[in-house]
Design a protein around this ligand. Structure first.
Ligand code: SIN
Ligand code: CO
Length: 417
């Protein structure tokens, strides 16, 4: 994956630079891009998508709309996968939609599409969802908490969008449908066209004939969820800390009470102080954030592949300048901050060339021989073995795929369920 220049115009963004897009549109206003992906062909056909929706490990939903039913509950039905093909309505039936989340976890081309959006922090990326719809299919007028790029993959979809201030939802409907949707713009999207929408921008997509749309979603973490996760992660580390960092409440000077139901002020004070101490420990806090943001989602699994036999052999091949590729598995989430590296919910400290290389792996998702080369004659090169041991361990867990020339088969097998 090449590093993108922030100042070169991108076809993906209709000729805008990443910088201009982030300044003018990101989180601010929609952008319609005709031919964002030139000659775009869907990455999977209808049947392959239906096959994916059969799996327990894939999150999928089926939305069926019926115009004949009375307004309200009867018009919309929602079911959760997995679905056997016979669970899906007939192809000749109008107005149904199959939504398949996290396709990037199962398909390299989907993961590759996400790489085009590398000008946005990976910590914000959620997934690539595919929606398949028969004629007139859609999920109704709604808004999302996400920044989303809606890429038309097959057929035509009509999008109506508007800034709707009124967020009132239809009662007794299994989906979040806006009651008073009004649109200000309407577009017909053809394959390769893309529409960016900021969070909470109301939209309604309707299939004009059979169609597939890819939603590339960027999650905006919400305060409550974030603080809840972080405090839980931070408190998990308590037990591992020395006794002095985990004191018992003491009340040796407590006078007898005449109000036994009342919480003692000194206990309140103790609890508050301990809580603040934790919250103010910025190192612990940042580590918890990195762990949280890199944690795999519940249904993500890794496919361990055969790692190279010996770390020593890896080292000598690298020293000889033999071609090598270390690639993050498509399911892996690797991030870093000033102090640490995070991968799939684990954190580690790294310095020197190890840090340089690991940060590069997080940014590019791949390391090649050229990346290792400048460090092979480093006075600290003896530490290279330690780094290779770590990468080898990750390969055994299916987090990275290592290919040292003759070991190509590892890459081929990698990530395939
Ligand atoms: C869809 O593609 O049908 C739904 C995507 C969305 O509106 O966010
Ligand atoms: Co939406």
């Amino acid at each position: 994956m090449k590093k993108q220049s922030m100042d070169s115009p991108l076809v993906l963004l209709g000729g805008l630079t990443a910088k201009a897009f982030m300044t003018m549109h990101w989180q601010k206003k929609p952008l319609l891009v005709r031919n964002a992906f030139k000659d775009f062909k869907p990455i999977m056909n209808r049947q392959s998508l239906f096959d994916l929706a059969k799996s327990e490990d894939v999150e999928s939903r089926l939305v069926v709309h019926s115009n004949d039913a009375p307004k309200g509950t009867g018009q919309w039905s929602l079911a959760h996968g997995p679905f056997r093909t016979k669970d899906l309505p007939k192809l000749s039936q109008k107005a149904w939609t199959l939504l398949v989340q996290g396709v990037n976890l199962h398909n390299d081309q989907a993961a590759e599409i996400l790489n085009q959006f590398n000008f946005i922090a990976r910590a914000r990326l959620d997934d690539l969802m595919i929606s398949y719809a028969t004629d007139q299919g859609g999920v109704g007028p709604h808004f999302d908490r996400y920044d989303v790029f809606l890429l038309q993959a097959q057929g035509v979809r009509r999008w109506r969008i508007g800034k709707n201030k009124n967020h009132q939802l239809e009662p007794n409907v299994p989906l979040k449908i806006l009651s008073n949707f009004t649109h200000t713009h309407e577009f017909l999207l053809h394959p390769g066209d893309m529409l960016y929408l900021p969070p909470q921008y109301a939209h309604e997509g309707v299939a004009m004939g059979e169609c597939q749309t890819y939603s590339i979603g960027f999650k905006a973490p919400q305060a409550q969820e974030l603080t809840q996760e972080l405090f839980s992660l931070m408190s998990e580390t308590l037990g591992e800390q020395p006794w002095s960092a985990n004191p018992l409440y003491q009340d040796a000077n407590q006078a007898p009470t005449q109000s036994p139901g009342e919480i003692p002020l000194s206990l309140q004070f103790f609890a508050h102080q301990q809580f603040l101490k934790k919250a103010c420990d910025s190192e612990l806090f940042h580590e918890a954030l990195g762990v949280h943001l890199s944690e795999p989602k519940a249904h993500v699994y890794f496919n361990p592949v055969e790692a190279p036999k010996s770390v020593q052999a890896m080292l000598s091949r690298l020293k000889k300048g033999a071609p090598c590729v270390v690639r993050l598995a498509r399911q892996s989430q690797m991030l870093f901050d000033e102090k640490r590296i995070y991968i799939n919910g684990e954190s580690l400290k790294a310095s020197g060339f190890e840090r340089t290389l690991l940060r590069k792996l997080a940014n590019q998702r791949v390391l090649q021989s050229e990346d290792f080369e400048p460090f092979m004659n480093d006075p600290l090169a003896s530490r290279m073995k330690g780094l290779l041991e770590l990468l080898h361990e990750w390969a055994e867990q299916g987090w990275v795929l290592i290919d040292f020339s003759n070991m190509n088969e590892n890459l081929d097998k990698a990530g395939k369920p």
